[in-house]
Design a binder for this molecule. Structure first.
Ligand code: BG6
Ligand code: MG
Length: 214
């Protein structure tokens, strides 16, 4: 086997919470009179909450915003976002994703999450996916978010695998950069396929089975 473990990004790969991130940021941006499109949102994929706010504020031209005010905005965004997460159920993970994860595990691979999100555990519980993974590395365990490799190196460390034995699955350009910086190959799905920088591009989640011979 070319790889021993697979590290999955969460938002935009296993669950479509990327849509809820967008809507929550959009509500805040609208209130502040900042233009914010779905294309702008692609720049926030994989990036921490704090860095996302700074990217959104690049288009803000009003009075200077204090650090305390920024903290309030981060809380406000996360509250709007968590309201959407509260409606998620098991049905928010497709059967295709569940079955593909099971088949990969049955083929002998170890599975981990590598996500910048501090809401990772909550999301995995809501959609009943916690047990599908051997390890979880998330935004609560790192100091630098993607494109820094920290979260993927943390996942490899938890799995007790060499980085070069791990394959990353990502929808974020920042995530492809992070995987390569960690010494890992990367599979792109969705928005990350556009740049063509990943080692593999897939358009459907079950194409992973072909890559892994699972
Ligand atoms: C990543 C998302 O998974 O998590 C980013 O792609 C998000 O858009 C980041 O900003 C942090 O998420 P959270 O849930 O901690 O605000
Ligand atoms: Mg993602």
């Amino acid at each position: 086997m070319q790889y021993k473990a697979v590290i999955f990004d969460l938002d935009g790969v296993l669950v479509f919470t990327d849509k809820y991130h967008y809507l929550a940021w959009k509500a805040l941006a609208d209130r502040l009179g900042i233009e914010f499109t779905e294309k702008d949102n692609d720049r926030l994929r994989g990036v921490s909450r704090e860095e996302s706010l700074e990217i959104i504020l690049e288009k803000y031209h009003g009075e200077p915003i204090s650090e305390d005010k920024k903290k309030e905005y981060l809380v406000e965004k996360n509250e709007i976002y968590k309201d959407s997460l509260g409606d998620m159920t098991r049905d928010d993970v497709t059967e295709k994703v569940r079955q593909t994860l099971s088949k990969i595990r049955e083929a002998g691979y170890r599975l981990a999450i590598g996500s910048s999100s501090k809401n990772t555990s909550y999301i995995l519980e809501r959609v009943e996916l916690t047990d599908a993974f051997d390890e979880v590395a998330d935004g609560t365990m790192i100091t630098r978010s993607k494109p820094d490799p920290e979260v993927f190196l943390k996942a490899a460390q938890l799995l007790k695998e060499n980085p070069s034995d791990c394959l990353v699955v990502e929808d974020a350009d920042a995530g492809i950069t992070a995987a390569h910086a960690a010494g890992m190959d990367a599979v792109a799905i969705g928005a990350a396929t556009v740049s063509g920088r990943a080692d593999y591009n897939i358009s459907s989640f079950d194409e992973l089975l072909g890559i892994l011979h699972a």
